[in-house]
Design a protein around this ligand. Structure first.
Ligand code: PBG
Length: 322
């Protein structure tokens, strides 16, 4: 035998030399859930180890994560039903607890890269990402609301806006508004290929944001399609996105690869709530090793072409790599 591939696996030192992909805390963005109030830290039932924090507790959590080397945070608010309405107007109320918390985070930790979510669902009494009329999700009318929300978040000091609703034209609409208003340095990480997925279930529990009727299939993509991701990527690029995101990650590694091979923009992947909970649930049963499964999953996402990974495992990964 002339060729013996096992020679390159014979010791850890050799394995390290030929290792193609490596993962660092610098690649990670940690999604965090915010609730109104003081001194609250409530675990999400379907996401063991993940909490909904009030602002004061969230600031402490961010400080801890920063000591572990994490610099990217994506904050999602959980609103009570009483503050939701059809037009999601609370999303751009300058006094709303989400915007106040974003402002405070940037004030206390100016060096963090703070990301926010631009979509109607946490504030919508319909639980949809768009304005609903006669059971239909309106596109262009939704853009106006996203525009107001984006300006309010940019004004609060957010570094990267994350339009996550898959409305057509939103990236260009938001980019022009930001530029006209002097927010030329505010970045956009577009949820470019966001699929209508079962894996968002635990996230919707965390935010109580499940749609009140129907599903999200008229705006989120069909899991059967990959060519469509190229159309979305081309549009987001023309419209001025700084990053393209694929979501979820694990059932869509082929899409991550496709976009990374076809776009010079940095590709991000969202390792979503259901992907986190599956591992946690199996680990609780003693059916698999959570640490090893986490590392393998994150590595596979990076290997497939994602430069950036949004993951609920970020803090655990950072703790383990210390
Ligand atoms: C909402 C939004 C969702 C997620 C991020 N932003 C849920 C949805 O589209 O229903 C999911 C994140 C996760 O599951 O971890 N626009």
């Amino acid at each position: 035998m002339l060729r013996r591939p096992r020679r390159n696996r014979k010791s850890e030192a050799v394995r390290n030399l030929v290792e193609e992909t490596s993962l660092s805390v610098k690649d990670l963005i940690f999604p965090l859930f915010l609730i109104d109030g003081f001194n609250k830290k409530v675990e999400v039932n379907s996401m063991p180890g993940i909490f909904r924090f009030s602002q004061d507790q969230l600031l402490r959590e961010i400080e801890e994560c920063m000591k572990l080397g994490i610099r990217g945070f994506d904050v999602f608010p959980a609103y009570p039903e009483s503050l939701k309405n059809e037009a999601a107007t609370e999303s751009y109320n300058p006094e709303t607890f989400y915007l106040k918390a974003l402002r405070e985070i940037k004030k206390q930790f100016p060096e963090v890269c703070l990301m926010s979510d631009v979509a109607m669902d946490p504030y919508s009494s319909d639980g949809h990402d768009g304005l609903v009329k006669d059971g239909k999700i309106l596109n262009d009318e939704t853009l106006e609301i996203l525009g107001r929300m984006s300006l309010a978040q940019a004004d609060a000091g957010v570094d990267i806006l994350g339009p996550s609703d898959m409305m057509d034209g939103r990236v260009g609409y938001i980019r022009s508004l930001l530029d006209e208003s002097g927010f030329t340095d505010t970045s956009i990480m577009s949820y470019t290929a966001k699929y209508a997925s079962a894996f968002y279930g635990p996230f919707r529990d965390a935010l109580d944001s499940a749609p009140k009727f129907g599903d999200k299939k008229t705006y989120q993509m069909n899991p059967a399609n990959s060519q469509e991701a190229l159309i979305e990527a081309a549009l987001d690029t023309e419209e001025g996105a700084d990053f393209l995101m694929v979501k979820p990650a694990l059932s869509y590694l082929d899409i991550i690869k496709l976009l990374s091979e076809n776009s010079p923009l940095p590709i991000a992947a969202y390792n979503v709530s259901g992907e986190y909970s599956m591992i946690k649930a199996a680990a609780r049963q003693g059916w698999l090793d959570s640490d090893r499964a986490m590392q393998e999953v994150l590595l596979s996402i990076k290997r497939s072409g994602a430069k950036i990974i949004l993951s609920y495992f970020a803090k655990e990964f950072a703790t383990l790599s210390k």
